[in-house]
Design a protein around this ligand. Structure first.
Ligand code: HEM
Length: 196
């Protein structure tokens, strides 16, 4: 406890910022660093750049899998986490699966949001959390504002990425809890079809 308050006081004394502001800025810098680093070749691996180019070529090859997957289990979804460069990168929100391959920089191996690939990340997105225990589609207990945050993410994904399937519903798992909708945008429930 003594160490904790000494660190907090030192942060305030040296930076002139509140500890909350300091750690928020620090977290933002780490994410930006990871994004920027992901754009460049590691000098250590410079010699391996030729094989890396081959890997990159492989990753841009059209996916061998069918584009529309229909109903998929969580276990099947895991295999679309970027570890196999011949497969598209998939991610689910509220049980709806999107092809996020165009966002490889975010979700591909080494990307800042790689942990979301191959998963339903609804809970993590609603809570803006990177905690592995929140990497689940279970939305039980989320409050109204958290569900609204998630709804905004869903609209972003619907707009930016192609929907390729849905997770086979798990008994007793809440996928389609909805906040009270203020906008005129339609609300999708699991299994609803919408235009790509
Ligand atoms: C700590 C502060 C954070 C910073 C500085 C940050 C920064 C960014 C930036 C610069 C982008 C790219 C935006 C774009 O070009 O469209 C982005 C995208 C994204 N962020 Fe963050 N982020 C932060 C925290 C988080 C958190 C906590 C989450 C969720 C747990 C999150 C989830 C995402 C997702 C999913 C995308 C990608 C959206 C897409 O596919 O276009 N971010 N973030």
């Amino acid at each position: 406890m003594g160490l904790y308050s000494t660190v907090m006081e030192a942060v305030a004394a040296y930076t002139g910022l509140s500890p909350a502001a300091f750690f928020t800025i620090l977290a933002m810098m780490v994410v930006m660093y990871k994004i920027v680093c992901g754009m460049f070749v590691d000098p250590e691996n410079h010699g391996a750049s030729a094989s890396k180019a081959v890997d990159l070529a492989a990753s841009f090859r059209p996916p061998a899998e069918p584009v529309q997957l229909g109903n998929v289990t969580e276990e099947q979804l895991r295999s679309y986490d970027g570890s196999d460069p011949t497969k598209p990168l998939l991610m689910a929100i509220k049980g709806q699966i999107y092809d996020v391959s165009p966002g490889r920089m975010f979700y591909g191996p080494g990307g800042p949001y790689a942990m979301f690939a191959g998963r339903d990340a609804s809970r993590a997105l609603a809570l803006m959390s990177f905690d592995p225990k929140d990497l689940t589609g279970n939305m039980e207990g989320l409050n109204e504002s958290e569900l609204e945050v998630l709804q905004d993410w869903e609209y972003k994904f619907m707009e930016k990425y192609v929907k390729v399937g849905q997770l086979a519903p798990i008994p007793n798992q809440i996928y389609n809890a909805e906040p009270k909708v203020k906008s005129s945008q339609p609300v999708m429930a699991v299994g609803d079809q919408h235009d790509q």
